[in-house]
Design a protein around this ligand. Structure first.
Ligand code: NAP
Length: 340
C-alpha cells in the first residue's frame, strides 16, 4: 500500500529535496505550509515529478495549537523539519525558541492524537550536539558523537543552537511518554549544495551568498564547521523513515573544514571569478571588528581557531548513507548561484 508522509518544513531548502525524493519513490506526501496565500513558498513543489497525483498541502503554523492535527491523521509517518534556521532575528525567544520548541510540541502532539502515525523523523542539528567549538576541548573529547548534547548555548549566546537542543530534548521527552510511534533524529552539520526551494530563508544559502559577494575579501575567520550536501541530508531522512532498525540520533556530516578550505575549492573551480578572502583574519582583530560581521566577542573567543571532529560511523553503517564529496557540493552550489 502507498505510504503517506507528512513533511513539515517541506517548503524549505532541505525539505524541498526531501519532498522530491519521497515523490520520486512513490510516497503520498503531505506538506504543511504556513499560509496558502504565500504561493511563492510552495509553487516549486507543484512542478516536481508525481506532484499532481501524490502531493497535498495543508495550512499549519508551528505556533498555532492543533494546527497539524488534520494533516497527521491518516499519515503513516511525520518528518518534522520546520524550524527557523536564521541568524537574522530580533527577539531570540519569539523568533527562534518558540517556533522550535512549541512547534515540536505541537507537531508531536498531532502524532499522539493521530491513530495512524508510527514513526517520526525529527530534523535536529549538530547544534544540538555541541554549542561552541571549544566545547570539544573543554569536555576532554577527541570527537563529538551521538551521545553528546549541547550544554553551552543560551538565549543570549548561540540562541539558534539553544533552540535546536531544547527542541530535540523536548521531542525525546514526548517520545518517551507514549508508545504509539518511534522516533529517529537526524543531526546534520552545516548544509550546502544547490537549492530547489523558491524562497527559503535558510542561513545555508545566505552564507554562500555573502561569501561570494566579497564581504570577507579582507580575511575570513578561522572557523571550522562540519559540512554536508543538502541532497545527502534529504536521503538520510528517507533512510531513517524506511529503515525499521534505525533508532536514536544520527550525526550527518561529510567532513569538517574551515572557511579557507571552502574558499580554496571555489578558487580552484571558478578561478578569479569572485573577491574571496586571501587570508585568515587574525583572531585579535576579530575581537575589534567582529561585530561588523555579526561575531560577538564571546563567540570569537570560544569558536575561532578551535578544531572540531564528528564521528559519523552510525550514518554510514546503520543508515547506509553514502556521502557526496564536499568539492562536488560546493561546485554544484556555486554553479547554481551563477545560473540564477
Ligand atoms: P529553511 O529553508 O528556512 O526551512 C525552514 C522551514 O521551516 C520552512 O519550510 C519554513 O516555512 C518552516 N517554518 C519556519 N517557521 C515556521 C512556522 N512558524 N510555522 C510553520 N513553518 C515554519 O531552512 P533549512 O536550512 O531547510 O532548515 C530546515 C531544518 O533543518 C531546520 O529544522 C533547521 O534547524 C535544520 N538544519 C538545517 C541546517 C542547515 O545547515 N541548513 C543544518 C542542520 C539542521 P516557510 O517556507 O513558510 O518559511
Amino acid at each position: 500500500m502507498t505510504k503517506t508522509v507528512l513533511v513539515t518544513g517541506g517548503t524549505g531548502y532541505i525539505g524541498s529535496w526531501v519532498v522530491k525524493e519521497l515523490l520520486e519513490m512513490g510516497y503520498r506526501v503531505r506538506v504543511s505550509v504556513r499560509s496558502f496565500n504565500r504561493k511563492d513558498k510552495y509553487l516549486h513543489l507543484q512542478n516536481l515529478p508525481n506532484s499532481s497525483n501524490l502531493l497535498e498541502f495543508f495550512e499549519a503554523d508551528l505556533l498555532i495549537d492543533g494546527a497539524f492535527d488534520n494533516a497527521a491523521e491518516g499519515a503513516d509517518a511525520i518528518i518534522h523539519m520546520a524550524s527557523p534556521f536564521t541568524l537574522r532575528f530580533k527577539d531570540p525567544q519569539r523568533d527562534l525558541l518558540d517556533p522550535a520548541v512549541k512547534g515540536t510540541r505541537n507537531v508531536l502532539g498531532a502524532a499522539n492524537k493521530s491513530s495512524t502515525v508510527k514513526r517520526v523523523v525529527l530534523t535536529s542539528s549538530v547544534a544540538a550536539v555541541h554549542g561552541d567549538n571549544i566545547d570539544m576541548k573543554e569536555q576532554g573529547l577527541t570527537e563529538f558523537t551521538e551521545e553528546h548534547f549541547n550544554t553551552t548555548s543560551s538565549l543570549k549566546h548561540q540562541p539558534y543552537s539553544f533552540s535546536k537542543v531544547n527542541a530535540e530534548r523536548e521531542a525525546w521527552q514526548i517520545n518517551a511518554e507514549q508508545s504509539k510511534w518511534d522516533m529517529v533524529v537526524i543531526n546534520p552539520a552545516l548544509v550546502l549544495g544547490p537549492s530547489i526551494a523558491q524562497n527559503s530563508n535558510s542561513e545555508s544559502l545566505q552564507i554562500m551568498k555573502v561569501l561570494l559577494s566579497g564581504k570577507y575579501r579582507f580575511g575570513a575567520p578561522e572557523l571550522y564547521f562540519g559540512f554536508v550536501d543538502v541532497r545527502d541530508v534529504a536521503k538520510a531522512h528517507v533512510l531513517a523513515l524506511e529503515n525499521h532498525s534505525a533508532s536514536g540520533r544520527y550525526i550527518i556530516a561529510e567532513r569538517v573544514a574551515n572557511f579557507m578550505e571552502l574558499v580554496a575549492i571555489i578558487n580552484k573551480n571558478f578561478p578569479d571569478q569572485y573577491k574571496l578572502p586571501k587570508m585568515v583574519a587574525p583572531k585579535g582583530l576579530l575581537f575589534l571588528v567582529g561585530a561588523l560581521f555579526g561575531l560577538s566577542p564571546r563567540f570569537v573567543a570560544r569558536n575561532v581557531g578551535y578544531r572540531i571532529a564528528f564521528n559519523t560511523n552510525l550514518s554510514r553503517q546503520e543508515l547506509g548513507l553514502v556521502y557526496t564529496p564536499f568539492e562536488q557540493t560546493v561546485t554544484d552550489m556555486v554553479n547554481q548561484f551563477r545560473n540564477n
